[in-house]
Design a binder for this molecule. Structure first.
Ligand SMILES: [Zn+2]
Length: 115
């Protein structure tokens, strides 16, 4: 079971990937995808339907992912809260992550280690 203390240890030791591989997160992810009807929630706000079957301008299917609305690193206690998740396409996810970068203290390093 993942608890905030455990999560903080993973974050502080750079092992957050372990959280994303956990059974708890994978199950929550599935719930979030289903709740969001497998559609990107940000595109939906703009009246567009984007799913993993949507073909992008490069002729490939769109990558989709479940995003934490409030970032795990700042809100570890919300990491497994369904209401803190949203299903997004990779484009909206990048934009959402960019916003997270802006609220960090060292904007100089925004372009490093994006992935
Ligand atoms: Zn989108």
């Amino acid at each position: 079971m993942i608890v905030p203390d455990h999560l903080m240890k993973l974050i502080n030791s750079g092992q957050l990937i372990k959280f994303y591989k956990s059974k708890e997160w994978r199950e929550l992810r599935k719930l979030a995808m289903k709740r969001d009807n497998y559609e990107c929630q940000h595109c939906k706000l703009e009246g567009k339907v984007t799913t993993r079957e949507t073909i992008n301008k490069h002729g490939r299917k769109t990558k989709m992912d479940v995003n934490h609305i409030k970032p795990v690193k700042l809100f570890p206690h919300l990491a497994l809260s369904l209401s803190n998740t949203e299903y997004l396409c990779v484009y909206c996810h990048n934009i959402a992550d960019g916003k997270d970068e802006m609220i960090k203290k060292e904007p100089k390093f925004v372009n490093e280690e994006r992935w």
